[in-house]
Design a protein around this ligand. Sequence first.
Ligand SMILES: Nc1ncnc2c1ncn2[C@@H]1O[C@H](COP(=O)(O)OP(=O)(O)OP(=O)(O)O)[C@@H](O)[C@H]1O
Length: 255
Amino acid sequence: MNKDTVLDIQGLSKTYKNNRGIDNITLQVRRGDVYGFFGPNGAGKTTVMKIVTGLVKADRGSVRVFGYDVNEHYEEAMKDVGVLIEKAEAFEYMSGRKNLELAARLYPHLPNTRVDEVLDLVGLSANKKEKVGHYSLGMKQRLGIASAILSKPQLLILDEPTNGLDIEGMVEIRELIRRLAVEEQITFFVSSHLITEMEMICNRIGIIHNGRLIREGDIGELLQESGQSLETYFVQQIRAEREAANHEPAPIQYH
Ligand SMILES: Nc1ncnc2c1ncn2[C@@H]1O[C@H](COP(=O)(O)OP(=O)(O)OP(=O)(O)O)[C@@H](O)[C@H]1O
């Protein structure tokens, strides 16, 4: 394993009772990457992220985070990892700041200034005294990210962080990811079903479809290879996959 590899996923498989799941996923996220994990709804992104963070057990394969096997050395592996999977949860009747103060209790060694520092980083300083119940969805998501970066993680795992947000909310999250990557030097493993979004924020991308990783590479390389947009590239890739599997073209369905 390269010393710059932060997350190393090898041959990961999981089949749920309904026969859906993921099949033999291998990918690497390197230090400094904003790695986009792209695929349509139901492709298997959340399953991979849940296995990486120990929420779901894989049938086969391994996950190493900062060189530590997640199954064998969970605490060491997760020490420098921040996670936001599915919707950010917070106490709606408390202020944003109060919510973060509560979360900060999990990390007794954090300086007292850290809560205000992260509120500033995610652009919520002006709203810190407002009840979370009055926050927009985008502000709640940013509060979730604030909570995930409280402990100054080196790797941040975000599952569909812009899902359900309006345009302004999406832009704010994208800007935040880019800012955190530069200012806090956080490596990102971030999923989305929107390829244009991935193109805007990521340097590297893994494309998952029907539980299988169909392509991984630098965004620039993939764009050069396709000669077109990543959207067109993706559609070509899955059509080729389907044709190889069925020997006949099939329509693409978007959710
Ligand atoms: N607990 C579960 N039990 C049974 N099937 C599941 C379970 N969780 C996920 N699946 C199925 O596994 C497949 C992959 O789901 P997963 O949530 O990982 O995909 P995803 O790419 O994150 O999609 P989405 O963005 O819609 O969540 C889907 O077909 C889903 O229905």
